[in-house]
Design a protein around this ligand. Structure first.
Ligand code: ASP
Length: 301
């Protein structure tokens, strides 16, 4: 099996000046994940590494560069799912960690649980040997300014505001053994209330992987994505169509038809073909498709 990987760096109206860092960040992550797969790494290894690279890149709203909530905190959500076992691990509203996706992996592989939240998730991370960081380690000027603007104007995160920000990251991969996996990580939507958890860490919503079909990661307005269980819906649609791009398009159509939602979705199927679709003006994504040897980095379809 020739391995494939696809990553995304959020779906929104990415301004022209931010296109290059988004594309570069996605390309670096996809290339690193693909190199790991070529070296015999598992799909789980590849998606965790690709997402961790994007968490470390302050371009994106995940790990370093995440948005602040209304209380001036950085609360992070992340998930990883293994299509072989259907096991998943997730953290939600966790503070003071750089790479929530790595903690999600440890939950999946080293506990009998699927999700830990808040302080409990942080306690687990510290016990597992992850370094506790400060909010300053995660905060970038762009987000501090946005927060100060929020404090000044009191304008809440709205659907309209969301169309301006949404740099959640995700990855889907298939390895040489034919196993699939996916991961998604986010700081959530800007100006969210403290404790708000979106779709990203929820199994079936922000991500889903099943060795019988493929792996999916979604991005967009979380409450709408949750309403249509977007990632699992994409998997179910893929059972009825042969092409993953068609599956992604049909899933985005469901989001629009059922909840007037918008966002983006990426997928890899069990033949190593990739799919992607977004209803936002742009979505940053990059892929290396083993079956066709195609590589692509883009912010539009
Ligand atoms: N889905 C994320 C959330 O609602 C945001 C995003 O994808 O940009 O938390």
């Amino acid at each position: 099996m020739k391995p494939s990987i696809i990553v995304h760096g959020g779906a929104w109206d990415i301004p022209d000046v931010l296109v290059e860092p988004h594309e570069r960040g996605c390309e670096l992550a996809a290339t690193a994940g693909h190199d790991l797969l070529l070296a015999g790494g598992s799909a789980v290894d590849a998606v965790v590494e690709a997402v961790a690279i994007m968490e470390d890149d302050s371009t994106f709203d995940a790990g370093v560069g995440s948005v602040l909530n209304q209380s001036g905190q950085v609360e992070l959500d992340a998930i990883v799912m293994d299509g072989k076992s259907l096991r998943s691990g997730a953290v939600a509203a966790i503070q003071f960690v750089r790479n929530p996706v790595r903690i999600a992996r440890n939950i999946m592989e080293r506990t009998n649980h699927s999700m830990l939240v808040g302080d409990g998730a942080l306690d687990f991370a510290v016990k597992e040997g992850f370094e506790r960081c400060t909010i300053e380690d995660l905060l970038v000027g762009r987000e501090l300014e946005d927060y100060r603007e929020f404090m000044r104007t009191g304008v809440m995160g709205t659907k309209r505001h969301f169309s301006g920000v949404g740099d959640t990251v995700g990855a889907c991969a298939i390895d040489r053994e034919g196993h699939v996996a996916c991961a998604t990580s986010t700081g959530g939507i800007p100006r969210k209330p403290a404790g708000r958890v979106g779709d990203s860490p929820l199994v079936g919503c922000g991500a889903y992987a099943d060795d019988g079909v493929g792996a999916v990661s979604a991005t967009g307005w979380g409450e709408q994505i949750m309403a249509v269980v977007m990632s699992k819906t994409t998997i179910d649609i893929k059972r009825t169509v042969s092409d993953p791009i068609t599956a992604c398009k049909n899933a985005i159509a469901v989001l629009k038809e059922r909840v007037d939602g918008f966002g983006g979705v990426i997928m890899v199927d069990i033949h190593g073909k990739v799919g992607y679709c977004h209803s936002t003006p742009r979505m940053a994504f990059a892929f290396v498709e083993g079956v066709s040897s195609e590589r692509r980095v883009s912010t539009s379809m």
